[in-house]
Design a protein around this ligand. Structure first.
Ligand code: ANZ
Length: 833
């Protein structure tokens, strides 16, 4: 018997598979039903890593499964190849981001081939190819035509040492830069935005359709990110000011409980009000503003931070009660949410409560929860009055101190308050979103040039479609070091251009956020070589939506939101006929080592290439599927690739032992062996479709054991049912360990290409259960379970039950008073003494 050698199998089958081109897919025009299976495409930052190994093992199991089930499967691959790491590597080494990127792609591609992911290699897409990014520019043009792309001045985080814009995540809690340690400043830049807020309602409402198909957690994260809240805009007259100030509140019912107002320190209103205050307050305000600017948004919103702020010496008037409300400024009010000003209701809002306690401001309750039906009669209002107690009243209650709202519960009071405000003309129902428009300008080199030019008056003009792509100039020799403006600004020749009418113009020197690239790549895969369009709508529609999208939860918010947004925009333009691109989303867990995330700094990185060399692709792939539910993290320290290879060898050896010829009717073989194989086939369908790959592999292991026994102990290697079973092993094994499966298939006397072999029809007559489990109870307590024929008689079942040792022990020295038998499921023996 030959030895199982995973490395030899790879060397043997890779060239054969290349030749056969098993996974080349048409345009979906065939008769077969279709599936589009996609893994999130990799960023080429070196070789593949263990996270990729998991992602592609799971995704490929799904793709291979559907092919066996008779579907035409689109399973493409590409690279998300623009972005900062390439640029930083180039700055460090003095090279060119392009060289670095395409070298890494070549390495990842070679690894992926060895890993045997069943992709259509004719459909490769690299987002840094001009053939791809020209359509980023095309989409930008189309969006601009529809008013969905616009320019606006905006404040960005600025690192004065590294001379670069920072993402919020790069600003540390103390307001310094993660890169240079410098105090981060805010700087105003004119930037391009995509109007995703126009789609906020659709992006939110359509999440309901994905319930049950996407992880609930991801849906919730998307909902929170969009952050829609319903409430009211309320106008407050300000003493000594012509225009009233509008505030947004979700609780107009609490209007009579407002005891002060707060404005965001960096709002225009705060500056204006401070200007009218005493000289001392003006100076203090400047200092407070500087402190606020140095802080990041996340810190500002942490609830348990001590409240800071100051009185601006101005007053507003409560539109309901006419009461004078002092106006304060504090950093817990954000300039870019709602109207950047609030009415503070300390009795019913935690932050306002903390602020009022800090600065000794009045607290007046307007909702009494003790008067609600079902309230605890022991608790009186005096016990919980926020004016004296240590916390506000946040929930429902009956309105009081509120004029005509008195006596109403919260929900009714909210509606009534809006009616009253509308009647007076001092307020109206309003909705607010946390979602902001998508800022896409980056002062970076390695990205898609923004296809806009400016004439001598600074007026913007889109680059005409027939002049696309705006090519990125060669990076070789270019100074890519951050210096405050985009490196493209230094490409003087590239920068100078002309308008169609011959007037001189200069190019926009920023590049696009690389999330633009990944927001539509899945559409390009349906028509990857199209020179005129991002894709032919007919081809895209033949495949859409993506049936299963597999990737890490780190993309739960931005990537998925942007991809959903661009899909909806293209839907509105008539290019695709679906509004949601991803039908089912599978978020795999992380691959950890000894419970910790792998990272270079911890020195605990398990290298993909080393694992592959040492144990082979099949053991890695099968182990990734077997390690547990795909959503859970895998601890690589608990995974044994040696053990997995022992299993694969066991499966593979079956092929050498089968002695019956192909083509003999398996129905003439052993029934019990056939039952095991066909029950496995039935279970495997459900398990693969529910992504329970680990259970599928466990059951495959059981079937291999059953077949080993059948060969060694009977009915023997010549039984056609044994051959049938081993063929089923090969076919299902292909989903998780394709090299072993292909070789096993060959050993059974077949031509190469097990990946395209169709799933056998399950013989239903073999699925009928002929035995069942009966429960034996003594005095109602379960004492034993016994396997019995489904057609057993009451008498025979009772006799079997009495023979059970566990039951006999319970009966010892006792008197049986009654025996109830319900064949074939239950025996209950009542005893006394
Ligand atoms: C009065 C009030 C009373 C409020 C009460 C809440 C409870 P969401 O749900 O997140 O939309 N708010 C409004 N604009 C703000 C800003 N720019 N910065 C910080 N806070 C702001 O929150 C809406 C509530 O957050 C609003 O309702 C307002 O406080 C506050 F018992 O108004 B509320």
């Amino acid at each position: 018997n030959a030895e199982f050698n995973p490395q030899a199998l790879e060397a043997k089958w890779l060239p054969v598979w290349d030749e056969l081109e098993l996974f080349v897919t048409g345009d979906g025009e065939g008769e077969k039903p279709r599936k589009y299976v996609l893994e999130m495409f990799p960023y080429p930052s070196g070789d593949l890593h263990m996270g990729h190994a998991e992602n592609y093992a799971l995704g490929d199991a799904v793709a291979r499964y559907w092919r066996h089930r008779g579907f035409e499967v689109l399973h493409p691959m590409g690279w998300d190849s623009f972005g900062l790491p390439a640029e930083n590597a180039a700055i460090k080494s003095g090279g060119d981001p392009k060289t670095w990127t395409y070298n890494n792609i070549a390495q990842q591609r070679a690894s992926m081939r060895r890993y045997a992911t069943s992709v259509d290699w004719n459909r490769l897409v690299h987002t840094s190819d001009p053939e791809y990014y020209r359509f980023n520019q095309w989409i930008f043009r189309k969006m601009h035509e529809r008013g969905l792309a616009y320019r606006k001045k905006s404040l960005v985080n600025w690192d004065p040492v590294d001379q670069t814009v920072l993402a919020n995540e790069q600003v540390l809690a103390d307001g310094t830069s993660e890169r240079s340690g410098a105090k981060v400043e805010k700087k105003e830049l004119t930037q391009w935005f995509l109007r995703i807020t126009d789609y906020a309602d659709r992006l939110l409402d359509d999440l309901d359709k994905l319930e049950g198909k996407w992880p609930h957690k991801v849906l919730q994260m998307q909902r929170n990110w969009i952050g829609r809240s319903h409430g009211a805009d309320v106008e407050f007259v300000i003493e000594g000011r012509d225009e009233p100030v509008t505030v947004f509140t979700t609780r107009p019912d609490t209007l009579a409980g407002a005891t002060f107002m707060v404005v965001a320190p960096e709002s225009d209103l705060a500056a204006e009000l401070a200007d009218k205050a005493s000289p001392e307050t003006r100076v203090n305000f400047r200092a407070y503003l500087d402190e606020t600017r140095a802080m990041n948004a996340i810190d500002r919103q942490t609830a348990d931070r001590p409240k800071t702020g100051m009185f601006l010496e101005q007053y507003g008037l409560n539109p309901l009660t006419g009461e004078r409300l002092p106006i304060w400024t504090s950093d817990y009010v954000l300039a870019d949410y709602g109207h950047g000003a609030i009415m503070a209701v300390p009795a019913h809002d935690q932050r306002d409560f903390d602020f009022a306690k800090q600065f000794d401001l009045p607290i007046r309750a307007v909702l009494d929860p003790t008067r609600l039906e079902g309230a605890d009669p022991e608790v009186t209002f005096a016990d919980i009055d926020p004016a004296t107690a240590s916390e506000p009243i946040l929930g429902d209650g009956i309105l009081m101190n509120s004029g005509e709202l008195d006596g109403l519960p919260k929900a009714e009071a909210v509606a009534r308050a809006i009616e009253i405000l509308e009647g007076k003309g001092t307020g109206r129902a309003a909705t607010n979103y946390r979602l902001r428009d998508w800022l896409i300008s980056r002062q970076r080199y390695w990205g898609t040039p923004i296809p806009v030019i400016y004439d001598e008056d600074g007026v913007e003009h889109l680059v005409p479609e027939d002049q696309l792509p705006v090519l990125l100039p060669e990076g070789e020799g270019m100074d890519l070091k951050p210096k405050g403006t985009s490196p493209l600004g230094a490409a003087t020749e590239w920068r100078q251009t002309t308008l169609p009418d011959g007037r001189p113009a200069t190019r926009d020197t920023d590049t696009m956020d690389t999330f633009v690239d990944s927001s539509w790549y899945f559409l390009r895969f349906t028509d990857p070589q199209n020179p005129d369009m991002p894709f032919d709508p007919e081809k895209a529609n033949a495949w859409l939506p993506i049936d299963t999208y597999i990737g890490g939860v780190e993309h739960a918010i931005l990537h998925l939101l942007y991809a959903r947004f661009i899909t909806k925009v293209l839907f509105d333009m008539g290019y695709v006929n679906v509004e949601e691109p991803f039908e089912v989303l599978l978020n795999q867990g992380m691959v950890l080592l000894d419970g910790a995330k792998m990272s270079k700094s911890k020195g605990n990185v398990v290298l993909f290439g080393e694992q592959l060399d040492e144990h082979g692709a099949d053991a890695m792939r099968a182990a990734m599927c077997f390690a547990g539910p795909p959503e859970d993290d895998i601890d690589w320290a608990d995974v044994s690739l040696q053990a997995m290879n022992r299993f694969l060898a066991r499966a593979w050896r079956l092929g050498g032992d089968v002695t019956s010829e192909p083509g003999i009717d398996p129905a003439t073989g052993d029934r019990a062996v056939r039952q095991a194989s066909h029950r496995f086939l039935r279970d495997a369908v459900e398990l693969f479709e529910q992504h329970k790959f680990n259970v599928a592999v466990a059951k495959l292991m059981e079937l291999v054991n059953t077949l080993r026994k059948a060969i060694d102990q009977g009915p023997g290697a010549a039984d056609p049912a044994v051959r049938e079973g081993v063929e089923i092993v090969a076919l299902v094994l292909d989903c998780v360990a394709p090299y072993t499966a292909e070789d096993l298939w060959e050993r059974l006397g077949h031509k190469p290409g097990v990946a395209l072999v169709e799933w056998p029809t399950v013989d239903e007559s073999l699925l009928v259960e002929s035995t069942t489990t009966a429960v034996v109870q003594v005095n109602g307590k379960v004492r034993d379970r016994i396997e019995v024929p489904v057609d057993i008689t009451d008498e025979a079942l009772e006799a079997l039950a009495r023979e059970s040792e566990a039951v006999a022990r319970q009966l010892e020295g006792k008197e049986i008073v009654k025996v109830i038998v319900r064949a074939p499921k239950l025996v209950n023996i009542a005893v006394k003494g």
